[in-house]
Write a protein that binds this ligand. Structure first.
Ligand SMILES: Nc1ncnc2c1ncn2[C@@H]1O[C@H](COP(=O)(O)OP(=O)(O)OP(=O)(O)O)[C@@H](O)[C@H]1O
Ligand SMILES: CC(=O)C(=O)O
Ligand SMILES: [K+]
Ligand SMILES: [Mg+2]
Length: 546
């Protein structure tokens, strides 16, 4: 027997919003437990797990009818539900990882999203990567989503010239930062700057920070378009590194603050991304593609709630954020952004310098492992590699570290039963949305209390799956959706294992079909305890796999 709760409200009827108050509550009073008449099986449920037994009639199986990647499948077969990783992993793709085999190695290693940073590389280069990822998805069944990160109007250095990938700046050296354009020959210790107003805006005495302070200079002289700077903190200059300047201890935000958030190049890149069908764009106003707000300026912190509400997700872009607020404020900002995203049900990514030392070394520092652990413990949806995977020497090892630390901390968190004490605030505006929310909250709570093996969620647009993910239940969430694009997008969210499956409005036949498909592939077994929710028929069902 399957036990179910079903809300007999006509779901998702917008006019329900305008009904008189008393009628709002009628659907809830008709809430009832009922025996779900399962045509295809007879199940005898009993109180003890050992006694739960199930007899199912044979169902024809079509193993091709469900899309799941080989890695997830192998992981589930080998280690079962409990061991699946909940935290999602994003890799920035660069020269170190753009080949088809390299991308495949990252996908095998657990990459859920491939990020393309439009600050670097040509459109042709990006197009090749996008097509390789698509090919990988088609051939191997992966659902790697593609996130295009736009350049934005930040001030940055140009390429270093001579095809160099870095240059060392030593203490006491004088470098020239200039708005002059160079073709091939560039004088030594000269860096071009992307922002025309740079030479006018800086003043002698200003402090110039490269890459949020990885290298520091002091402005000592201005000669027309050239600005002479004395290196005060030595370090590595990387091509197209971000530049900020500070005066009397504060960030200078004169004309650069007036630059549009989205530059004209960004708009062209966005058109390109839409044409190539990417899944997420970091900052923009396009429809159908998830928009991720990068939180990396002081202003974004003052308008945080509004920005996150208007976006499909957010990124704690600690690189630039750390250049705009004092470094010691970054951890608190991170915690706040993660918390607000969770409250508003938007996926959140923690990015930048997670394993920075692994650009050069095969082993992370203890401090880096502690930083990754903290992001996992905060239960952010995803962790992101930048230079580690784009141009580092150990991209696969860095991904392995993220994976193993995530798994370990997630397990520790479950074992310690660190349940939240503060309940999640309601977010839905319509009554039907509120019902979905309550169903998902209850399903997650029941899943924890009953120790179920998995929550199954059947969702057309992915919303119901995100509501279950938001509760961060102890068990994995199998999200079944009908389209490949929704499946890829769900791959960014905590705990969701997205499958593509065609299903109907009839939950009995959906369950029937799912059980037989997953069983035939060895991904679930008879007796596994499952809670199923769906957004077509607002219901919760608890059952053993027949
Ligand atoms: N497509 C690419 N082509 C060449 N190098 C790249 C590419 N993407 C990233 N990189 C290299 O990897 C480094 C780290 O990547 P990351 O995406 O963090 O860039 P970033 O320049 O620091 O800026 P952002 O603030 O946008 O993250 C870059 O500085 C660059 O050297
Ligand atoms: C990722 C990014 O843009 C940053 O950390 O600044
Ligand atoms: K960028
Ligand atoms: Mg940035």
């Amino acid at each position: 027997m399957s036990q179910s709760i079903q809300f007999s409200t006509p779901s998702r009827t917008p006019h329900l919003l305008h009904l008189p108050h008393s009628r709002f509550h009628r659907p809830l009073t008709s809430l009832s437990f009922r025996q779900f008449p399962l045509k295809y099986t007879s199940i005898r449920a009993s109180s003890s797990p050992e006694e739960r037994s199930v007899v199912a009639t044979a169902v024809s199986t079509d193993t091709a009818a469900i899309d799941v990647d080989t890695v997830t499948e192998a992981e589930l077969k080998e280690n079962g539900f409990r061991s699946t990783r909940r935290t999602k992993l994003i890799c920035t793709i660069g020269p170190a990882t753009c080949g088809f085999e390299q991308l495949e190695a990252l996908a095998e290693g657990g990459m859920n999203v491939a990020r393309l940073n439009m600050c670097h590389g040509t459109r042709e280069w990006h197009r090749d990567v996008i097509r390789s990822v698509r090919k990988l998805n088609e051939e191997k069944g992966f659902a790697v989503a593609i996130m295009m990160d736009t350049e934005g109007s930040e001030i940055h250095m140009g390429d270093l010239g001579g095809g160099e990938s870095s240059a060392k700046s030593e203490d006491g050296e004088v470098w020239t930062f200039t708005v002059r354009a160079f073709d091939s020959s560039r004088p030594a210790r000269t860096i071009s700057v992307s922002y025309d107003g740079f030479a006018e805006d800086v003043r002698v005495g200003d402090e110039l920070l490269v890459d949020g302070g990885m290298v520091r200079f002091e402005v000592i002289e201005k000669i027309g378009p050239d600005v002479k700077c004395l290196c005060t903190d030595p370090g590595l200059l990387l091509p197209r590194a971000n530049l900020t300047f500070w005066r009397d201890g504060s960030l200078v935000r004169e004309r650069n603050a007036m630059l549009p958030t989205i530059s004209s190049k960004d708009w062209l890149d966005i058109d390109f991304g839409i044409a190539e069908g990417v899944d997420f764009i970091a900052v923009s106003f396009v429809k159908d593609i998830g928009v991720i707000a990068k939180i990396e300026s002081i202003d974004s912190l003052t308008n945080l709630e509004e920005i996150i509400l208007a976006s499909d997700g957010a990124m704690v872009a600690r690189g630039d954020l750390g250049a705009q607020i004092p470094l010691e404020q970054v951890p608190a900002a991170q915690q706040r952004i993660v918390k607000v995203c969770r409250a508003l049900n938007k996926p959140v990514i923690v990015a930048s310098q997670l394993l920075e030392s692994m650009i050069e070394y095969p082993t992370p520092t203890r401090a880096e492992v502690a930083d990754v652990s903290e992001a996992v413990r905060q239960r952010s949806d995803a962790l992101m590699l930048s230079g580690e995977s784009a141009m580092g020497q150990f991209p696969d090892k860095a991904l392995t570290v993220l994976r193993s630390v995530s798994l370990r901390i997630e397990r520790w968190w479950r074992e310690e039963k660190r349940y939240e004490s503060t309940p999640l605030q309601p977010i839905g505006s319509g009554f039907s949305d509120r019902i979905s929310e309550e169903i998902c909250n209850s399903a997650a709570k029941m899943a924890n209390n009953l120790g179920v093996d998995a929550v199954f969620v059947y969702t057309k647009d992915g919303h119901m799956a995100s509501l279950v993910s938001r509760c961060r239940p102890d068990c994995p969430i199998f999200a079944f959706t009908t389209t490949t694009s929704v499946r890829r997008r769900l791959n960014l969210q905590w705990g969701l294992i997205p499958f593509r499956l065609s299903f109907s409005e009839d939950m009995e036949s959906n369950l029937n079909k799912t059980f037989s498909l997953l069983k035939s592939r060895g991904m679930i077994k008879s007796g596994d305890l499952v809670i199923a929710v769906s957004d077509m028929l607002q219901s919760i069902q608890v059952m053993n796999v027949p």
